[in-house]
Design a binder for this molecule. Structure first.
Ligand code: KMH
Ligand code: ZN
Length: 275
């Protein structure tokens, strides 16, 4: 039997709108319900962004606190808050939810064009975010949108600002980042340091292709509305859980049992929630 598959679900993101995706969870209660449904379908990590009641992205720690409570009331999934926020978000606001001491937080290790905009992560910001996560005891998921970010992640490791075992998410297909091809995925996987864990996320129509390739290569997978709102060409997905369930079905065929949250914690060397 192969290593269990950790499925991360990125429920909401910061850029997708309700107009584009009518089933997008917005309120903490909707996020809690979507998380529970995705968890039943096989997800064990919730990559968490939150929104104002009007649907705008926010890094308000009080909204994160409510969403985390709504998730924990319904399922055992690992909560991974976003420090990326929305393109253009204020640096200190992006960092705020880390102080809630979730089990994990995303950490992008460099800047990248993001459609018409720039997802700005200058090196001093990366250092500050990594240092803060280490001080607070939050495990980073190293978000790699482009090859240079891998080198930066290894610089953080060499400075002792991130602790092994490292966990990476290889995000392929953001316009401006590395295109979502199996060749690019293989290149990034070959660049990973020994002993780490990793997942892959394909943006848009490449979500399932990248997921299947990652599963076949022994990695883990991220899906969800943040990265892709379609089930297939021209057909919107009805829920995040629908996207998770498809990955779980492919995993079964590949002899990759879907990890429970407890198994995911063991694989990622997490001790459980601090607060
Ligand atoms: N919203 C993107 C600009 C993260 O969560 O850390 C960045 C993002 C990455 O979503
Ligand atoms: Zn995100």
């Amino acid at each position: 039997m192969s290593q269990p598959l950790i499925i991360t679900v990125a429920l909401t993101g910061a850029e997708v709108t309700l107009e584009q995706c009518p089933h997008l969870p917005i309120t903490p209660e909707q996020i809690g319900q979507a998380a529970a449904e995705a968890c039943r379908a096989g997800a064990s990590i919730i990559h968490l962004h939150v929104r104002t009641p009007e649907g705008q992205p926010t890094q308000d720690p009080e909204v994160f606190r409510q969403a985390i409570a709504a998730i924990r009331a319904r399922c055992e999934a690992i909560v991974q808050i976003s420090t990326g926020g929305a393109v253009g978000a204020d640096t200190q606001e992006r960092l705020q939810p880390v102080y809630l001491k979730p089990e994990m937080a995303s950490l992008t290790t460099g800047s990248v064009n993001f459609g018409d905009e720039i997802f700005a992560n200058p090196w001093p910001l990366v250092l500050e975010f990594a240092r803060t996560m280490q001080q607070v005891g939050v495990k980073p998921e190293l978000e790699i949108f482009d090859a240079g970010m891998m080198a930066n992640a290894l610089r953080l490791r060499d400075k002792g600002l991130i602790s092994e075992p490292l966990h990476f998410d290889l995000v392929l297909g953001v316009p401006g980042g590395m295109p979502a091809t199996v060749r690019n995925l293989a290149f990034l996987v070959e660049s990973l340091p020994p002993g780490c864990t990793w997942s892959a996320a394909g943006i848009g129509r490449m979500q399932t292709t990248i997921a299947a390739a990652a599963m076949a290569m022994g990695g883990h997978v991220r899906v969800g509305f943040e990265d892709n709102i379609y089930y297939r060409r021209g057909e919107l997905a009805q829920s995040n859980a629908q996207l998770v369930a498809r990955v779980a079905r492919i995993a079964a065929e590949l002899d990759r049992p879907v990890a429970t949250p407890a198994e995911a914690r063991r694989i990622l060397s997490l001790k459980g929630a601090q607060a």
